[in-house]
Design a binder for this molecule. Structure first.
Ligand SMILES: [Zn+2]
Length: 254
């Protein structure tokens, strides 16, 4: 089976920006105020307005070649793909993917804080859905995982690691989900990212110290792509053909 894990770089060419593009401010919102549990507790109204705006912003965004390529893979290899994304947009689904795990939640859904029911609201504002359709609670929130909060969908990462032989990481800098320990579990792996990303987490040093010399890389000379068999240094959309060729080669060998 194939494990695909994607990040912001997958949707960048579709015009979806992340907080990293905004230098701590996101259209005049302080990122830590709108993306953290502390911020949510301090000012729910502000956070709700922020996600309303993000949802509205998503409405006219279209999938790019990479989203369509992943949808095609799903059709080529049914039930053989774990399609995991860190993105909260719906562009994979818009491209035709039906089996997507959103590790950090979904922008187009709301969640009930009382019964945990999750429902699709499309691009509408939260105010248009003042209460939970299941239990009628008015404690309603966006369905995006915030800093300081558990991400239950991460279980799928471990499930995928144990079931898959090929890892494909697309457009992820490894700063939110540490991609290196995942890559270490795979003999066959492909990283697609337009730039070399330095591997900077504290995890590196700790694990290097406890491991054999073969796994050690000197500090300052450690890049995420060193841990992958193939590195396609390009944007997700441009990598489509090479990625497909590598996957087909791998699957033909099975
Ligand atoms: Zn409810």
């Amino acid at each position: 089976m194939i494990m695909i894990i994607s990040g912001a770089g997958l949707s960048a060419e579709s015009g979806i920006k992340t907080f990293r593009d905004h230098d701590g401010l996101w259209e005049n919102y302080d990122v830590m105020k709108v993306c953290s549990t502390q911020g949510w507790e301090a000012d729910r109204e502000l956070v709700t307005q922020f996600y309303n705006a993000r949802r509205k912003d998503l409405e006219d965004k279209e999938p790019n070649a990479a989203h369509f390529a992943l949808a095609k893979l799903e059709k080529m290899y049914p039930n053989k793909i774990y399609n995991l994304t860190q993105n909260v947009d719906n562009l994979l689904e818009k491209a035709g993917c039906t089996e997507v795990t959103h590790l950090h939640g979904t922008l187009t859904d709301l969640r009930c804080e009382d019964c945990n029911h999750i429902w699709d609201v499309g691009y509408h504002s939260q105010e248009e859905y003042g209460y939970c359709p299941l239990c009628e609670s008015t404690s309603v929130r966006h369905n995006v995982v915030m800093f300081g909060e558990a991400a239950p969908a991460y279980e799928k990462i471990y499930e995928a690691i144990s079931n898959c032989k090929l890892l494909i990481a697309i457009g992820t800098s490894g700063q939110v989900i540490d991609i290196v320990p995942i890559a270490r579990e795979f003999q066959h792996s492909i990283l697609i990212n337009p730039k070399k990303e330095e591997y900077m987490t504290s995890f590196t040093k700790e694990t290097s110290a406890s491991q054999t010399a073969t796994a050690c890389l000197s500090a300052g000379d450690d890049f995420i792509d060193d841990y992958f068999k193939h590195f396609l240094q390009m944007g997700a959309g441009d990598a489509v053909e090479e990625m497909q060729a590598l996957i087909e080669e791998f699957m033909d060998e099975r």
